[in-house]
Design a protein around this ligand. Structure first.
Ligand code: PBG
Length: 345
């Protein structure tokens, strides 16, 4: 007796070769497009940008060729172009001058700081044509380069929450549409949601860096915002997740959803696609993925040396994020991707 098998089973004897030839559906462009399971559009993209003081100024970033730090006037122009390309949102990262950094990161709570000023300027010019994501964490502002308040070499959780709540409200007042806590303190989503609601910002979206790993792929970002030299050789392993863990990511995401996150993020991206997929299978909530600075650098340097084709590989990485289950993709390639999408619709 042969075992009964469902006619839908891929191993069904009725469905095998030569009756079934999957290559039939791969023969022409029209049929490949017709049955494509995953789509990408510019509206899925979030573009992280680095903002510096001054006007009409840009600075190259040696470890991220093609990415520049920009003064606010140029960031406004870049945001307008991003909106014109259909990009969903920009994420602003401030490059705080060294003399404004302090052990407690006080500059984070100055209403006229770089991120708030940039947010106001972009909001004023672009209105609601694109989202503005503001990062909540203290690392751009602290002399030790950590995301929170340090006591005896340890980043203390609850005192950090108080500062993060104030930082989030300030950014919402400046016009942020999305507050994105990237600090990995326990309980921050609930605390920030409450602080935003109490300040009348119940409509502001919370995008939690929920499963954020202590990754070596953040290196070029730390050069870009100038926190690498502050951090020295120190790691963020007492608050960011161990790259060995996957069940813990589910617990982090579950807690953040319970605390009021609207979007949950997995970070980094390509080395963590298994986490994106697990989160997608477990929860019904929008997911963001961050193709981080080190991933950008790998693709860019490989393309520059002609080892890979830049457009083909970058577009494949975008599709991989969507296939794994991500809705939004934070990527430094956002303007190029949107331009490529527009040129071959
Ligand atoms: C800071 C922050 C980091 C990134 C985004 N927000 C760096 C870090 O945690 O050290 C990394 C982004 C990238 O590498 O592109 N909290």
């Amino acid at each position: 007796m042969t075992q009964a098998s469902s006619p839908l089973s891929p191993l069904s004897p009725l469905g095998g070769f030569p009756q079934t030839r999957l290559r039939r559906m791969r023969r022409w462009d029209w049929v490949r497009s017709m049955v494509q399971e995953t789509q990408l559009s510019a509206s899925n993209l979030i573009w992280p940008i680095f903002v510096i003081e001054g006007t009409e100024r840009t600075e190259p970033i040696a470890t991220m060729p093609g990415v520049e730090r920009m003064s606010i006037d140029l960031a406004v122009r870049a945001a307008e172009q991003a909106a014109g390309l259909g990009i969903g949102a920009v994420a602003i990262f401030p490059v705080t001058p060294t003399q404004k950094k302090s052990p407690r990161g006080d500059e984070a709570l100055v209403a006229g700081n770089l991120i708030c000023t940039a947010t106001r300027a972009i909001r004023e010019r672009c209105k609601d044509s694109l989202g503005i994501v503001c990062d909540v964490a203290l690392d751009p502002y602290t002399t030790h380069g950590h995301d929170g308040i340090m006591v005896d070499d340890y980043i203390v959780n609850d005192p950090t929450l108080e500062v993060l709540c104030k930082q989030a409200v300030l950014q919402a007042q400046a016009g942020a549409s999305v507050i994105a806590p990237s600090d990995m303190m326990d309980g921050r989503i609930g605390a920030i949601r409450k602080a935003l609601d109490q300040a009348g910002f119940e409509h502001v979206i919370l995008m939690s860096y929920a499963a954020k790993y202590a990754s070596a792929f953040y290196g070029p970002f730390r050069d870009a915002v100038g926190s690498a030299k502050n951090l020295g050789g120190a790691s963020k392993k007492t608050y960011q997740m161990d790259p060995a863990n996957t069940d813990e990511a589910i617990r982090e995401v579950a807690l953040d959803i319970q605390e009021g996150a609207d979007i949950v993020m997995v970070k980094p991206g390509m080395p963590y696609l298994d986490i994106v997929r697990r989160v997608h299978d477990h929860f019904s909530i929008p997911i963001a993925v961050y193709q981080v600075s080190g991933e950008y650098a790998m693709l860019k340097f490989a393309a520059q040396s002609s080892a890979i084709n830049e457009e083909a590989c970058v577009m494949e990485s975008m599709l991989a994020f969507r296939r794994a289950g991500a809705d939004a993709i934070l990527t430094y390639f956002a303007p190029q991707v949107a331009t490529w999408l527009a040129s071959h619709p």
